[in-house]
Design a protein around this ligand. Structure first.
Ligand code: NAD
Length: 322
């Protein structure tokens, strides 16, 4: 082996140690993780990679087995998991499951040093209610929903939107940095979810807008790639047109190229639009486009497209097979 190769490998080993040391600043923590699905599985794996000790639970045995193989301890009771954890992160499908999971986890008391972090997308009002219930028992609870999808979870590049006090934000930041690259303090409890719901409502509206425009241009005779290039260097440019174009063959890594499999499901965007609709009604806020987007996605669900990526709205709009 040449001197150059040896010194390069030594440098690589040194820089990996440095990165690991930086990501576990404050030492290795005991972290509970509940909900090891498409997002949670990758997020928990990244915490292990950063040197933390993981205590995990999911109702799915294969999901638990996969984390066990990476070094996590699997629990059958979340109350016990929480007692052994400095931080507990939940990444669960919806309001009812999050509510029931916290009830089970905290009913018989909590470890007062534990900080509970919910990263699921749920109603900001449920966040406020859980925060009251858990702080009454002596522990802390904050919301930290995420954006960035499954690739962001896998590559540890998620955006976290944190709702809680400044002190709580500072206490959780280093842990969240093991899973994301942007950790923003949005304000008090529930403000992380407020940011998440407004963002996802806009995402749904822009995806429908891109689908509508692509379909019109193609019916008028334009080549989809040519038209996408025009949008992406013009005023119509957005994430849905550039990174995640709904027309097959336009954006290289978009789910449209894979029959709309994987990605962010129509079921989940419909859930998020329902949550946005609820908080808009409660705050007397007009969301005409958001409400229409909600109805369009509910229609897709009723046509059996719930488990397809949400960019399938373009395929639906073409209207040549449904
Ligand atoms: P998922 O369905 O892949 O994973 C959910 C996991 O929760 C599953 O493994 C399931 O077995 C487990 N689970 C269900 N009930 C449980 C219970 N009572 N106790 C323990 N585990 C239970 O969903 P996901 O895509 O990982 O999304 C999780 C959350 O993150 C949702 O709230 C979603 O809206 C949000 N989110 C998803 C994405 C995305 O791109 N998929 C992006 C941002 C936010």
């Amino acid at each position: 082996m040449s001197l150059r190769i040896v010194s390069q490998s030594l440098f690589n080993a040194w820089s990996q140690t440095l990165v690991r040391g930086m990501s576990t600043q404050g030492g290795s923590k005991n972290i509970g993780f509940v909900g090891l699905g498409n997002m949670g599985g990758h997020m928990a794996s990244n915490l292990i990679k950063a040197g933390h000790k993981l205590h995990v639970f999911d109702i799915s045995k294969p999901a638990c087995d996969s984390l066990k193989a990476k070094g996590a301890t699997v629990y059958s009771k979340t109350a016990e998991l929480a007692q052994n954890s400095d931080f507990v992160i939940t990444m669960l499908p919806n309001n009812d499951i999050v509510d029931a999971s916290y009830e089970e986890m905290t009913a018989n008391g909590v470890n007062k040093n534990t900080i509970f972090i919910d990263s699921s997308t749920i109603d900001p009002n449920l966040v406020k209610s859980l925060q009251k219930r858990i702080s009454a028992k002596g522990a802390r609870f904050i919301d930290a929903p995420v954006s960035g999808g499954v690739p962001g979870a896998e590559q540890a590049t998620l955006t976290f939107m944190v709702g809680g006090t400044e002190a709580e934000y500072n206490a959780v930041k280093a842990v969240l940095e093991c899973m994301g690259k942007r950790i923003t303090h949005c304000g008090d409890y529930g403000m992380g979810q407020a940011a998440k719901l407004a963002n996802n409502m806009m995402l749904a509206i822009s995806m429908i807008g891109v689908s509508e425009a692509m379909n019109l241009a193609m019916r008028l005779g334009l080549n989809p790639k040519t038209f996408a290039e025009i949008i992406n260097s013009s005023t119509g440019r957005c994430w849905a047109s550039e990174v995640y174009n709904p027309v097959p063959g336009v954006s290289p890594t978009a789910p449209a190229n894979n029959s709309y499999k994987g990605g962010f499901s129509t079921d989940l965007i419909t859930k998020d639009l329902g949550l946005a609709s609820g908080v808009a009604t409660a705050s007397n806020t007009p969301i005409p486009m958001g409400a229409l987007a909600h109805q369009i996605y509910r229609t897709l669900k009723s046509q059996g497209l719930g488990n397809k990526d949400f960019s399938v709205v373009y395929d639906f709009m073409k209207n040549d097979k449904y």
